[in-house]
Design a protein around this ligand. Structure first.
Ligand code: NAD
Ligand code: SAH
Length: 414
């Protein structure tokens, strides 16, 4: 049934999954409990997410919890073919391979929906919008969606406000135990490691231009600062600009930053943040990467149009010859450099994000039909449970409120 690149790659994938699993204590503790109770029996979970080792651990935990699991990638370049081969060997349906075309990517979303899932995990909201447009008969069946990322939640909100939703969409991204760690520390480390792995160039002394001072941009800017890079921020929100200035970063419009940057990383969730006029003002040798959303933040179509020539000069790095004779370099075709050109966030970070997704699926499975058909936050108890399991696994102890303190915090009398 599955469509993947090569089933023979399974052994290398299995090793990657083993390494991830032994570093995911939070997900493992849920897995231990629910693989016995099997809460997902007779349910199909459709997952559209980056298919690498940590995601594989989540998919396998769902399967052990009784679910039939069907997966596709949430990015045409982030699927690891060896990992999905191992998943297929374990009885999970997968429709994904690294380097699928846009059309194949879209068709793979449909393949997942043909299994008529009861629960969805989405990462960017493509699976859900495809369901609503092309599989309307599933609207009644679906119990809900767990949306993994900032832009996906924004798209879900925009749709809800304009047309309403037929089922609840849980803003997993907006839980503190997600964005404070995944978007901030996870992206900070994984983008840095991917830049270093893909270019083999020095970070210290280079001028990095980071676009967007949200959770992702802020996390990245701090890691770069720690590695002794010079960091320039571009932003559109004056409050974030002020915050960046107070943190000691230089802030300026992209128009000015393009002349100074050695490396440009976008993290805005917005389109055409770096566009034609910017490419033409960059220094010879400038390197561009995107850590935000799909392949829209760097205007790749404009770059393809104006370039005199292009060639791959190193795995994951394309050289573009501009009409002014300068050369600039794009990592991973302008798609997320940490996932298309690396393994994504560190294992411990995805342990938190995916434990959260697991608990959200449990919640939707039991309560989905009773929840409001809108974009909902993750309940505080679920967030707290993930944080508590993680802290226990680390051997960290912390204070609890006394009864008197609890009362004091709720009283208005002096
Ligand atoms: P956020 O909303 O906290 O931050 C985005 C920031 O970009 C905001 O401050 C916004 O004002 C700014 N911005 C918007 N348009 C801009 C423009 N034209 N120029 C400069 N700044 C602009 O969001 P976030 O959580 O930081 O996520 C950012 C993006 O990264 C989203 O698309 C999200 O889905 C994605 N993301 C990627 C990863 C990854 O692994 N690479 C991880 C988490 C999130
Ligand atoms: N699908 C869109 C949006 C992705 S945003 C795109 O490809 O452009 C990135 C999301 O990927 C984050 O919210 C993060 O939780 C998730 N992510 C990061 N590292 C990951 C990993 N190693 N495995 C699976 N998901 C990961």
């Amino acid at each position: 049934m599955s469509k993947i690149k090569d089933l023979n790659l399974w052994e290398r994938g299995e090793k990657k999954i083993y390494w991830a699993k032994i570093h995911m204590p939070v997900l493992n503790s849920l897995d231990e409990e629910y693989s016995v109770k099997k809460p997902f029996l007779n349910k199909t979970i459709g997952m559209c997410i980056h298919l690498e080792a940590k995601t594989a651990c989540l998919a396998l935990a769902f399967k052990r919890g009784g679910a039939r699991v069907v997966c596709c990638g949430s990015n045409p370049l982030s699927t690891q073919d060896d990992v999905v081969a191992s998943l297929v060997k374990e009885g999970i349906e997968v429709f994904a391979w690294r380097g699928e075309t846009e059309d194949e990517y879209k068709e793979n979303l449909r393949e997942v929906l043909r299994f008529e899932p009861d629960l969805l995990i989405d990462d960017g909201f493509d699976l859900t919008t495809t369901l609503l447009k092309e599989f309307p008969h599933l609207k009644e069946k679906v119990l809900g969606v767990g949306e993994e990322t900032t832009t996906g939640v924004m798209r879900a909100r925009a749709l809800w406000e304009e047309k309403g939703l037929p089922f609840p969409v849980i803003a997993v991204n907006n839980a503190r135990v997600k964005f404070l760690f995944d978007n901030r520390y996870g992206t900070g480390e994984s983008v840095l490691s991917s830049f270093m792995r893909n270019t083999n160039l020095l970070v210290a002394s280079k001028t990095f231009v980071v676009s967007g001072f949200g959770w992702v941009g802020r996390g990245l800017a701090h890691k770069l600062q720690g590695m002794k890079a010079k960091v320039i921020i571009t932003e559109v929100d004056p409050i974030k600009v002020l915050e960046a200035v107070m943190e000691g970063f230089e802030v300026m419009p992209m128009e000015d930053a393009v002349k100074l940057g050695d490396v440009f990383i976008t993290a805005t969730g917005n389109c055409k943040v770096i566009r034609e006029e910017h490419f033409l003002s960059m220094k010879d040798g400038a390197i561009l990467g995107n850590a935000g959303h799909f392949n829209v933040e760097i205007d790749m179509k404009a770059l393809e149009k104006i370039a005199r020539d292009k060639r791959e000069v190193r795995e994951n790095i394309t050289e573009y010859l501009l009409p002014n004779g300068r050369k600039i370099y794009v990592i991973a075709e302008g798609r997320l450099l940490n996932l298309a050109g690396g393994d994504g966030h560190p294992v411990e970070i995805m342990d938190l994000s995916f434990a959260l997704q697991y608990l959200v699926m449990l919640w939707l499975n039991s309560e989905g039909k009773n929840l409001s058909k809108s974009v909902l936050d993750v309940p505080k108890e679920i967030e707290r449970k993930v944080a508590e399991i993680k802290l226990r696994s680390m051997g960290v102890k912390w204070d609890l409120l006394t009864e008197e303190q609890e009362k004091y915090l709720k009283s208005w009398e002096v």
